[in-house]
Design a protein around this ligand. Structure first.
Ligand SMILES: *Cc1c(COP(=O)(O)O)cnc(C)c1O
Length: 375
């Protein structure tokens, strides 16, 4: 099965992990510090704080940013649930902003959602495509709101040569197995704000500060959300290969773009000039006549060896959210959910694999295009 996204672990990765296992430090230590330095060097952000997952990193971010009961957070429903779960658990309310057909938040609709209770704007660079940062940064600045980028898809993406991770106030990356690089499980927060970085370091490790000899002082509430040395060593090793991964994924994506040009049955995600996408996902957006047979299309693609997936069910459609906040319905987000399928595009694929994916997709969509919807 060709997966929509998967890890690529090589002998060098295995060697560095083995070396850590033979060393004296296994929990957070010098390799975590090194991985954080590597992330800063790669993204040009000033501070990096590693966590055991992006979910933990989001929880840390929202907590140290002071998000609390009564706050409103403007965010996108087209994301993994953790993006909003971690501020909802702090008592804040999601204010859903509709998306565009590329899956990114519609920057033109953000400003009208701002109220005196708004505390932050949380965006997601869907599939690795950067959001409209200049517009959104200007809105955040004008209204004195925090801009948080859940960049879990977008390590290696950039706008005019400036890497995702260096925009807004805080960015979060995920190193889950199938994200742009992996530490097996892992995440990180990147920021230029020293105060946030200091608070995040305390937050991930019991709120404790070392003093002298045996003495330490717990100065704020904290948890154990630390990354392990094993994970960090794998992260540094993987980061060296990221540009190569991105090159391979982009080569496949550009081949798909060519093959799918002028196809009437679906759209693909167009990138803006001067941007690079990590191509974490390659989403195809089916035309309305293919919405009804989508389940059959999905099943047949899987039967023919394409490990496809749908990203994402709008977060507000989950029963927890419906029960807590009532029913919400946004036109484009709903439509996006009915339309989207992520097809295999990963760094383990050959161009022959890519050809098989394109041929199979076109064949299957053609087959179902005549069925349409029977209302
Ligand atoms: C994967 C993902 C997360 C969660 O990452 P974990 O490292 O698994 O906790 C959060 N947000 C987005 C957009 C993601 O894709």
């Amino acid at each position: 099965m060709l997966s929509y996204s998967t890890q690529l672990i090589d002998e060098e990765d295995i060697a560095v992990v083995t070396e850590v296992l033979k060393s004296s430090f296994l929990a957070q230590g010098p390799r975590v510090t090194q991985f954080e330095k590597d992330l800063c060097a790669y993204t040009q952000a000033k501070y990096a704080v590693a966590f055991n997952s992006a979910t933990s990193a989001l929880y840390g971010t929202y907590s140290v940013a002071g998000i609390q009961e009564g706050d409103e957070i403007i965010t996108t429903p087209i994301s993994f649930v953790a993006t909003s779960n971690m501020f909802v658990t702090l008592g804040a309310k999601p204010i859903w902003c509709d998306v565009k057909l590329d899956g990114n938040i519609n920057e033109k609709q953000i400003e009208k959602l701002i109220t005196p209770k708004t505390k932050a704007i949380v965006v997601v660079d869907f599939a690795g495509k950067p959001v409209e940062m200049s517009t959104i940064e200007a809105i955040a600045k004008k209204h004195k709101l925090l801009l948080i980028d859940d960049a879990s898809h977008a390590l290696g993406s950039s706008i005019n040569g400036k890497k995702i991770g260096s925009f807004g106030d805080i960015s979060i990356f995920s190193f889950h197995a199938i994200k742009p690089i992996t530490t097996s499980e892992g995440g990180a927060v990147l920021t230029d704000n020293e105060e946030f970085a200091k608070k995040l370091r305390l937050f991930r490790s019991h709120g404790m500060r070392k003093k002298e000899l045996w003495n330490s002082d717990m100065v704020s509430m904290g948890y154990n959300l630390r990354m392990t040395e094993v994970a960090a060593a794998l992260g540094s090793s993987q980061l060296k290969k990221l540009n190569n991964f991105i090159e391979i994924r982009n080569k496949i994506a550009e081949y798909f773009d060519k093959r799918f040009q002028n196809k009437k049955l679906f759209l693909t995600q167009k990138l803006e000039m001067n941007t690079i996408s990590s191509r974490h996902l390659y989403p195809v957006i089916l035309n309305p006549e293919l919405h009804c047979p989508k389940e059959d299309i999905f099943r047949e693609l899987q039967e023919r060896g394409l490990g496809v997936q749908v990203h994402y069910k709008p977060i507000y459609k989950n029963s927890f959210y419906q029960e807590k906040f009532g029913k919400v319905s946004l036109t484009v987000a709903n439509d996006f959910y009915n339309s989207e399928i992520s097809i295999p595009c990963n760094q383990t694929m050959s161009m022959q694999d890519a050809k098989y994916v394109a041929d199979t997709l076109l064949d299957v969509l053609q087959k179902y295009s005549h069925r349409g919807c029977s209302f």
